[in-house]
Design a protein around this ligand. Sequence first.
Ligand SMILES: C[S@@+](CC[C@H](N)C(=O)[O-])C[C@H]1O[C@@H](n2cnc3c(N)ncnc32)[C@H](O)[C@@H]1O
Length: 321
Amino acid sequence: MQPFVHETVLAQAAITALDICPSGTYVDCTLGGAGHSARIAAQLGSTGMLIGIDQDAHALAHARTVLAPYAKQTRITLVHDNFRHIAHVLADCGVQEADGVLFDLGVSSPQLDDRERGFSYWDDAPLDMRMDRTQPTTAAHIVNTASLDALTRILRDFGEEQCARRIAARIVHARASTPIERAGQLVRIVKEAIPAAQRRTGGHPARRTFQALRIAVNDELAALSEALDAAVHALRPAGRIVAIAFHSLEDRICKKSFQNHVQRCNCPPRAPQCVCGMPGQLCAPLPKKIVPDAHEIARNARARSATLRYAIKANGATRTI
Ligand SMILES: C[S@@+](CC[C@H](N)C(=O)[O-])C[C@H]1O[C@@H](n2cnc3c(N)ncnc32)[C@H](O)[C@@H]1O
């Protein structure tokens, strides 16, 4: 097994936003290298509980080792699952309400760095990109079977790729003679499809295509929307939800989801009490987003695009203005 080296992003900001209570129950939906989880576990006492979820078996195995020392002081349960199933995970653990739920989205550095996993456009690896390797759909499957329209939509909607149609058409053309099985093949096709002037701007020309395929393979955005709703629902009053996003699509979903949960109440704005029966689940106003400082970005380039948002569960009975 490869060593697992992942520098945790916005570590202290996430822990501060969670406002950890030693006897509370916390769910780390994106366990990864357990960087956040270890910091949570360090603050929990014997009546506290940490539940860690990851869909990547390699991450789980590593996290188990990192968290072993904390298992003497608090209860820790690690679960191999997609965080979209958070409600089931909590039910299986006998937990009715959580004090805090954390999402640190996207892939970990070891996933990107492991050549065999095909997440990176720098390595000529098999086009896999599955975070959960028990799932059947790989990036190669999508690239070789999706229709021209479907590929265009994936590249446009999940990669915000301006040349989506051109790249999709070039893929369809290329695969007619040879299946596209490796990252290097796809990088060459993308480079051929993008006009020379555009190739010179916006970083690596295949960056958006690889992001789009990764999101499609792992159904990342739908899983995130479902999980955020379920997590908000699972919080106890005054419980906290914290989400760290690494690109605008993820961040938009977090922002919208939090806003939707504060906006359900349609009582008059100045009403002291909710009478509509649909009080906002999250307290308003939502706290401002937090981004890494220059010092963290200098230390860890991956932090550059990170945005942390958090929200506090309202006490359903009263209105928070
Ligand atoms: C950025 S890493 C987390 C790093 C971790 N916070 C740390 O500091 O070590 C994201 C992790 O979330 C996992 N992940 C992403 N989407 C997931 C999903 N829908 N369900 C479960 N795990 C997911 C990935 O497999 C990866 O290990």
